[in-house]
Write a protein that binds this ligand. Structure first.
Ligand code: GLN
Length: 231
């Protein structure tokens, strides 16, 4: 099983840790890693099915949904990710991560997405998004070649809309956004997600950490070898 990187000290909560995976086949995973790490998550970048073992939560980042879908097929990740999501552990999807869950892809969220729906003129834009269950100011939604959610199935809750279209939805453990909360300094959405993750239940994670921490203190290895650049 893949280990957490030596740099991931993580914060112990009630004697355990939250082990959070970030799908890292392609796209904007590094900013999610940074935010969740700062909150105290033990981060593991997910590139193979083995990387999912023992995780308590998962992020599906933005990027290119076609490339991500091909990568998942190549690595045999579609089925383990499906199982992970069905197991009820918290999952946060952003933009392309939302597209790969829709009815035309993995079919794990009963929504339809129109890719790149905002067109060339508004390739990328910012808009205030008022999100149910996030108190205070509206969130600054960064929309980058964003999809538009054009259909919502039964059991899918709409948390926020923009011009009448859902931009944040939830079904049970799955929260899916069409914008990029990892690209702003506002941590409220990540904090909400992080707090929804049950503290690590697998002793394996703690052992992993102990081993990697010991290894890190014995060597002068550069930190964060697994933190790849995002595309
Ligand atoms: N346009 C991309 C796609 O179709 C999504 C863009 C994003 O994730 N920011 O996959």
């Amino acid at each position: 099983m893949a280990r957490f990187s030596p740099s991931e000290a993580g914060s112990r909560v009630n004697g355990g840790f939250r082990g959070v995976g970030v799908l890292a086949l392609q796209g904007g995973f590094a900013a999610h890693v940074g935010k969740l790490r700062a909150m105290g998550a033990l981060i593991r970048e997910v590139r193979t099915p083995a990387d999912l073992v023992g995780l308590d939560g998962l992020v599906l980042p933005g990027g290119e949904s076609t490339t991500m879908t091909l990568g998942m097929e190549r690595e045999g990740l579609a089925e383990p990710i499906t199982e992970f999501i069905r197991s009820g552990k918290p999952v946060l999807a952003t933009c392309a991560g939302t597209i790969i869950l829709d009815d035309a892809h993995l079919g794990l969220l009963d929504i339809s997405c129109d890719r790149n729906a905002y067109g060339r003129q508004t390739h990328s834009f910012e808009a205030d998004v008022k999100i149910a269950e996030i108190d205070g100011e509206p969130f600054t939604g960064m929309f980058i070649r964003a999809p538009r959610i054009t259909r919502i199935g039964e059991g899918v809750e709409v948390l926020a809309t923009l011009d009448g279209h859902p931009v944040a939805v939830r079904r049970e453990n799955l929260t899916a956004l069409t914008f990029h909360p990892e690209l702003t300094s506002d941590n409220r959405l990540h904090a909400k997600f992080f707090e929804s993750i049950p503290v690590g239940h697998l002793a394996e994670i703690g052992k992993d950490r102990d081993r990697t921490s010991a290894a890190a203190s014995q060597s002068s290895q550069p930190k964060s070898q697994s933190e790849g650049a995002s595309g």
